[in-house]
Design a protein around this ligand. Structure first.
Ligand SMILES: NC(=O)c1ccc[n+]([C@@H]2O[C@H](COP(=O)([O-])OP(=O)(O)OC[C@H]3O[C@@H](n4cnc5c(N)ncnc54)[C@H](O)[C@@H]3O)[C@@H](O)[C@H]2O)c1
Length: 331
């Protein structure tokens, strides 16, 4: 297709007006990028997966939500319903908008059927490397050849995930933040082989969701966690070395640095096991002792004190109560 014809077709094909033929390296890339995405499959209906399904469905996409556990799917739909109700209360959504959003979400336990029609798959299953490599092998086998395969991983190498597929140019990181319907950032992570066209497509798609995407390269922790996790680890070291107490450390960072949440509370919110596993990825990936997880964090995870989700971390959490109470051991 000659470039002049391509340019004249841009509006008809629904391409954003800022794209010109010079944006594309070749005709294949042009045709590929112009094929608009309609069907999204989200793998994993937990904390992140339900939020990702929510924002895609609310933005008009048909969403298939796949989880191995049907109970997780029921819980995901209930959570999405409750979060849509919150938007209605705030006047940001109508009852009709809620019903239309829910109608666009199709829960399923079978991955093969769930991805058979996908233009884009966003994987948000449990953070476990063996599991993700297995899922991406299956996605490569069962998703249409043109589909883009994205992962919401917090820390696993996109390049390593892409390497188990036969389409590494179409594998990318799409790192949403928690809670997904509220947080504006999507960290878009380019694997070693990710093509320019796919990266551009995911940046554009993220904007269609009302998000502000930022493109980063694939190195341990990407940008968000490479900067955040050492700060949380340092806060835990500060407590471990007896420099100050839980409330005091969090208060210094809230009032002194205008952080909306102190680092110890944030670590509890993210999950101390998740923080530990990301720090290990940074430590292994860079081989630099500055990323070594604090022994107190390791002990807490070993003891099952994982933060808000387990009921205790640096604070204790009572269902139904929003009061922040420091855990007994740190009082
Ligand atoms: N929780 C966060 O704050 C956060 C933030 C950013 C990114 N992430 C990343 O998002 C991903 C999901 O995290 P989460 O907190 O939602 O986890 P979660 O434990 O809440 O949910 C994971 C879900 O994946 C499902 N699952 C497991 N194996 C599966 C499979 N083979 N096929 C389909 N579903 C499967 C589980 O049943 C569960 O419902 C992880 O990669 C995590 O690193 C998490």
């Amino acid at each position: 297709m000659p470039p002049c014809l391509c340019v004249s077709l841009l509006p008809q094909l629904g391409c954003p007006s800022f794209l010109t033929f010079s944006t594309f390296r070749d005709v294949d890339t042009f045709v590929y990028l112009c094929a608009s995405m309609k069907n999204i499959t989200v793998i994993g209906g937990g904390t992140m997966g339900n939020g990702i399904a929510h924002v895609f469905a609310q933005s008009g996409f048909e969403v298939t939500l796949v989880d191995v556990a049907s109970a997780a799917l029921d819980k995901a739909l209930a959570t999405i319903g409750a979060n849509l109700d919150r938007q209605i209360k705030k006047g940001a959504l109508s009852e009709e908008g809620k019903a239309a959003t829910l109608r666009r979400i199709h829960p399923m336990t079978d991955l093969k059927n769930g991805v058979s029609n996908a233009d884009l798959v966003v994987e948000a299953a449990t953070e476990n490397i063996a599991l993700k490599l297995k899922i991406f092998g299956d996605l490569d086998a069962f998703a249409p050849p043109g589909a883009v395969l994205a992962t919401n991983t917090s820390s696993i190498s996109i390049t390593q995930i892409a390497a188990v597929t036969k389409r590494p140019t179409q594998v990318i990181g799409m790192h949403f933040m928690n809670p997904v319907p509220v947080m504006k950032l999507v960290e878009v992570i380019r694997g070693y082989a990710t093509s320019n066209a796919v990266c551009e497509q995911i940046m554009t798609l993220s904007r269609q969701l009302g998000k502000d995407p930022v493109e980063v390269n694939d190195y341990p922790g990407f940008v968000a966690n490479r900067i955040l996790m050492p700060m949380l680890n340092e806060a835990i070291y500060t407590l471990y070395e007896g420099v100050s107490g839980v409330e005091e450390i969090d208060t210094v960072m809230k009032l002194g640095m205008a952080h909306p949440m102190g680092p110890l509370q944030l670590a509890d919110f993210i999950g101390l096991d998740v923080c530990l596993s990301i720090l290990r990825v940074l430590h292994d990936g860079f081989g630099n002792p500055k990323y070594a997880p604090c022994p107190l964090l390791v002990n807490m995870v070993t003891a099952g004190k994982l933060g808000a989700k387990s009921g205790e971390g640096f604070y204790v959490y009572t269902p139904g109560s929003k009061e922040l109470v420091v855990a007994e051991r740190f009082r």
